[in-house]
Design a binder for this molecule. Sequence first.
Ligand code: CAA
Length: 248
Amino acid sequence: MSDKKIVLVTGAAGGIGTEVCRLFLNNGYKVVATHRPGKEQQAASWLQEEKLAGNDIQLLALDVSNHKAVSEVLPEALRELGRIDVLVNNAGITRDSTFKKMSWDQWQQVMETNLNSLFSVTQPIFNLMCEQGSGRIINISSVNGLKGQYGQVNYSAAKAGMIGFTKALAAEGARFGVCVNAVAPGYTATPMVTAIREDVLDSIKATIPMKRLATTEEVAGAVLYLAGEHGGYVTGETLSVNGGLYMQ
Ligand code: CAA
């Protein structure tokens, strides 16, 4: 068995997820990248397009929003992998709407993908990490979970929930050598953000002290720090990468 460290990244085929995969590969990790079941072809094309194919990266079809499906698929995958050193809970969606008009579906979909997935994916991996006596869990939250965002009651609630989850699990993981942290990116140059209506995005950019979006590299770098040797005494924290948009 290879002595490379293994990182599992959920929602890998997207802006921040892709950059996290690339950075960890470049730093000698084996990467397990999850994607939606039924999207095998797109996932294979993604590997080619991002020039990640041929590296030590393995795809895993996992619907993180479906607890039953995760319970069926993940334990078997973990048995085959043997260990997981780093988990990056990155999968996330937006269903923006003012609260007045928000449907139950918009609320529910965001909760299932962004917050409930943390229970389903993290529990078997956390238990494995406790047995190993080491592990790092990094949850990708958002500036909008810290400050609240107009039009994102669902997303802000889920992203704030991730921070509570992070602190509580950090308290449980500490004595087993498992560090649990969150990264809270600001507005980052990803398809999720560039999909915002142009006039709305311009007005958001105007409020960012650094007057620009984050690059995906800047966010992935924070994840690598928390996963690496120098992040070993950091736990229960939320590391903001937001260009000064929100200072706690
Ligand atoms: N604060 C106060 N009022 C605001 C506001 C704000 N931030 N934004 C909009 N409004 C007001 C508008 O001025 C408007 O007022 P009037 O009716 O008096 O003119 C009213 O609210 C309705 O605004 P919209 O015309 O924008 O309403 P809409 O129904 O067309 O769109 C929306 C609503 C979809 C929520 C849209 O405002 C929007 O897309 N907002 C951006 C939400 C956002 O930031 N999403 C982030 C996605 S990226 C991400 O989430 C990644 C991450 O982690 C950072």
